[in-house]
Design a protein around this ligand. Structure first.
Ligand SMILES: [Zn+2]
Length: 118
């Protein structure tokens, strides 16, 4: 399952950014993620998987807040970089379809929000 692997990655990245390390007595309320449109993440199912893998960690019960980032392609012909919003990629400058995707598949943990009281 695609989302399970992602949930584990998110958990590892969020644990690494906990103040005081993974054993700190804190609780995380929200995790902000940036996901490229091509990562094709289904928020509800990612949340379900995350709930499972985050059990018994400081991230147990944390909500995932996902911001979708655009797909950026670079034209192989004229080197122009443009946002790709259609299903078929093409260059905004010259119309070529030889597009190299330079951004849009990544998933990054942007920020974590700690709960105010334990
Ligand atoms: Zn071009």
């Amino acid at each position: 399952m695609h989302e399970m692997g992602i949930a584990l990655q998110v958990l590892a990245a969020a644990m690494a950014s906990l103040p005081g390390g993974p054993d700190a007595a804190v609780r995380v309320e929200r995790v902000h993620l940036q996901a490229g449109r091509l990562a094709a993440i289904e928020p509800a199912s990612l949340q379900r998987c995350f709930d499972m893998v985050a059990e018994k960690t400081p991230l147990s019960g944390a909500r995932l807040h996902i911001t979708e980032t655009p797909v950026i392609g670079k034209c192989a012909r004229c080197r122009h970089e443009s946002v790709q919003s259609a299903a078929v990629f093409s260059c905004a400058a010259c119309g070529s379809c030889e597009i190299e995707i330079i951004s849009g598949k990544e998933l990054t943990v942007d920020a974590i929000e700690l709960a105010v009281s334990p």
